[in-house]
Design a binder for this molecule. Structure first.
Ligand code: ADE
Ligand code: ZN
Length: 337
């Protein structure tokens, strides 16, 4: 099968939840291995449940699915499987969310979660040359004190975690709830990002920028309810990690053809393309690019710009960024408009 140029190009993926990369077959295998009872017998039964009216309905299934993850080996296997799959999409750099609060309340040691995932990243660097690391995710419906406990538990991993992020049910949980946690992570030298403007209002994007001082916005697509904010995001070249298939599956847009990704790109925003929770939403990163390109009529230059933005927005040093941008230019010479 011949790949399209965007499929073959080296890419960064900046918005993927490791727990959301749990494939139905692996979920069933881990349930059997760990003797965890789940209300599904086959992968098809699980896939049939992937039908969501909104973010909350998805989150409930996503949290339930995480119950099969118990040991360091499980977190290694989960992370390894995702990185190997990303490698097949020619992803060369990954920044992946990991959510300790999804596991430690079930008695899973914090170290099992982090050690398993970090070991898989180390191995993927050797096996595939993939760079990147972990975004420590916080559940936004939990309290700031809970979040501070997560940071305390993360202290021994301070130098091995790339960034802090905020995920979970957005409405009613504004970014400003987590000011102190973000202040501490900033003091530690971590990069900062947060989900905002997926289901929540543009004001949450503004709070993430002004109060949490994030360097990137996850989703952010509801910025288009505020022309002033769209202008600001364009002027600052503030990256948005957009997840087109996720947005359709969670009814943020009625169909891919109505997605605002192209409009935002044309307005000058630093839009990137990502997969969020690929088995739940029907596609890994290449599927997000190719299906968006078809539905929105993206030109080759626009597709190249999206791939390029992924490296521009990555939490990497300037030397590595320059190397990846050169590799991209070599692999995919100037496209046609
Ligand atoms: N956790 C996993 N996927 C998410 C999403 N799309 N929004 C908020 N939290 C999430
Ligand atoms: Zn997400």
């Amino acid at each position: 099968m011949t790949l399209t140029a965007v499929e073959a190009a080296p890419k960064a993926e900046l918005h993927i939840h490791l727990e959301g990369s749990l494939e139905p077959d692996m979920l069933l295998a881990l349930a059997a291995r760990n003797k965890v009872a789940i209300p599904y017998k086959t992968a098809d039964e699980l896939r049939a449940a992937y039908d969501f009216a909104n973010l909350q309905e998805f989150l409930e299934l996503y949290w339930a699915g995480q119950s099969v993850l118990l040991t360091e080996r499980d977190f290694y296997d989960l992370t390894h499987a995702y990185l190997a799959r990303a490698h097949r999409d020619n992803v060369v750099h990954v920044e992946a969310y990991l959510l300790p609060q999804g596991h430690t309340p079930r008695g899973v040691p914090f170290a099992a979660v982090l050690d398993g995932a970090l070991a898989a990243f180390d191995d993927a660097r050797h096996a595939f040359g993939i760079t990147g690391g972990i975004i420590l995710g916080l559940n936004r419906h939990a309290t700031q004190d809970d979040a501070l406990d997560v940071l305390r538990a993360a202290t021994p991993y301070r130098d091995r975690i790339l960034a802090l992020g905020l995920e979970g049910p957005e409405k009613g949980n504004p970014p400003s709830k987590f000011t102190r946690v973000y202040d501490q992570a900033r003091d530690w030298g971590w990069h900062l990002t947060a989900h905002a403007g997926e289901e929540g209002p543009p004001e949450y994007i503004v709070e993430a920028l002004d109060v949490l001082k994030v360097a990137r916005i996850d989703h952010g697509v509801r910025c288009d309810q505020s022309p002033d904010l769209v202008r600001r995001l364009a002027d600052q070249r503030m990256p948005l990690t957009v997840c087109p298939l996720s947005n359709v599956m969670l009814k943020v847009f009625p169909a891919l053809a109505q997605h605002n990704l192209r409009r935002l790109l044309q307005a000058g925003l630093c839009v990137t393309v990502n997969s969020d929770d690929p088995p739940y939403f029907g596609g890994y990163v290449n599927a997000n690019y190719t299906q968006s390109a078809t539905a929105l009529g993206l030109t080759e230059i626009e597709q190249q710009q999206l791939v390029r933005n992924g490296f521009v927005a990555a939490f990497i040093d300037d030397d590595l960024r320059a190397r990846y941008l050169r590799d991209l230019d070599a692999a995919w010479p100037q496209g046609k408009a």
